[in-house]
Ligand binder design. Sequence first.
Ligand code: HEC
Ligand code: HEC
Length: 255
Amino acid sequence: MIKLSNLALVGLGTVAMLAFSGAGFADESIVTANPANGKNIFENGKGDSVPACATCHGDKAMGNDDMGSPRLANIGYVYIVKQLNNFAEDKRTDLTMQQMNGIAKGLTEQDMRDLASYEDTFPLDNPERSDLSQLKTNGAAVGETFKGKLLVRYGSKDKVSACQTCHGFDGRGADPVFPKIGHQKYVYLVNQLTHWRDSSRTNDPDMMMNKIAKNLTDDDIHNAAAYLSQASDSTAGDGMEIDNETVLKNVKIVK
Ligand code: HEC
Ligand code: HEC
C-alpha cells in the first residue's frame, strides 16, 4: 500500500515555512485558540464589517453551490488561517462574491485562529454533498466522476501529478500545507481550478497549483471536481483516515 503520509511530505520544507509565516506562526510553537469565540463570530458576525460566516458558508460550514462558497469544515486549521490572512492582505482576491477581502480585514489574527479551530469541530465527512444532477439541470457543465477518479488517484502521464500525492487519499487533506479538497463543493472547486489556471489566484506556495492547473483542460477540471465533490466517506477500515489536526496539537485550546 502507498504510504500517503510520506508522499504528502514531498516538498514540505520551504512550503511549510511559507505557510507558517503566512499564518503568523513564525515565532511561536504554541498559540491559543478559542473555538467558542469562533462559533460566535461564525454564527453572529462581529461588529458592522463582519457578517455571520454561516450566511454564506452554511450552518455546518459545508459550503453552498448556489453562492459558490466553499466548505470550511475540517479543511485544515493552518490552511484556513493562511487564507484569511491572504484575503486581509489582498494576496488573494475573492473572485466570486467579492466580500471575503473586506470580511477578513475586520478579523484580528486571534479571531482567525478561533474561527479556524471552530471549523475543525465539524464532522470529517460531508453530509451535504453537491447535487450534481441538479447542477446539470440548472445548466452547469458537470464532469464525469469515474474520469475524475483517475486524475485524482493517478494523475495523467507526463502532464499532471496525481492530486492525492499532495492532498492525501481522495483529497482528504494533509496538514499543514495541503487543504482537504475531497467533499469540497463542486462549483467552488471548478472556480478555483480555473482561477489557478488563468493566474487570477496566485497565493499558493511555490506556485504549485498554478503549475498543475496550467496542464488541465476544461474537461479535466470538471471531471476532477465531480469526483472530489462526491468522494466516499472515510471508513475506519480503509486505513486512509486523515488527521487534519496535527497542527492543532500545537495549539492550546482555551475554553
Ligand atoms: C457574503 C458571503 C460570505 C460571507 C458572509 C463569508 N464568506 Fe467566506 N467565502 C465566500 C465565498 C463566495 C468564497 C469563495 C471566494 C472565491 O471563489 O474566490 C469564500 C471563501 C472563504 C475562505 C477560503 C476557503 C478556501 O477553501 O480556500 C475562507 C477561509 C472563508 N471564506 C472564511 C470565512 C469566514 C471565517 C467568514 C466569517 C467571518 C466568511 N468566510 C464569511 C463567501 C462568504
Ligand atoms: C505538488 C502538490 C500539489 C498537487 C500535486 C496538487 N495540489 Fe492542489 N494545492 C496544493 C497546495 C499547496 C494548495 C494550497 C494553496 C494555498 O495555500 O493557497 C492547493 C490547493 C488546491 C485547491 C484550493 C482548495 C481551496 O480550498 O481553495 C484546489 C481546488 C486544488 N488544490 C485542487 C487540486 C487538484 C484537482 C489536483 C490534481 C489535478 C491538485 N490540486 C494537485 C498543492 C498541490
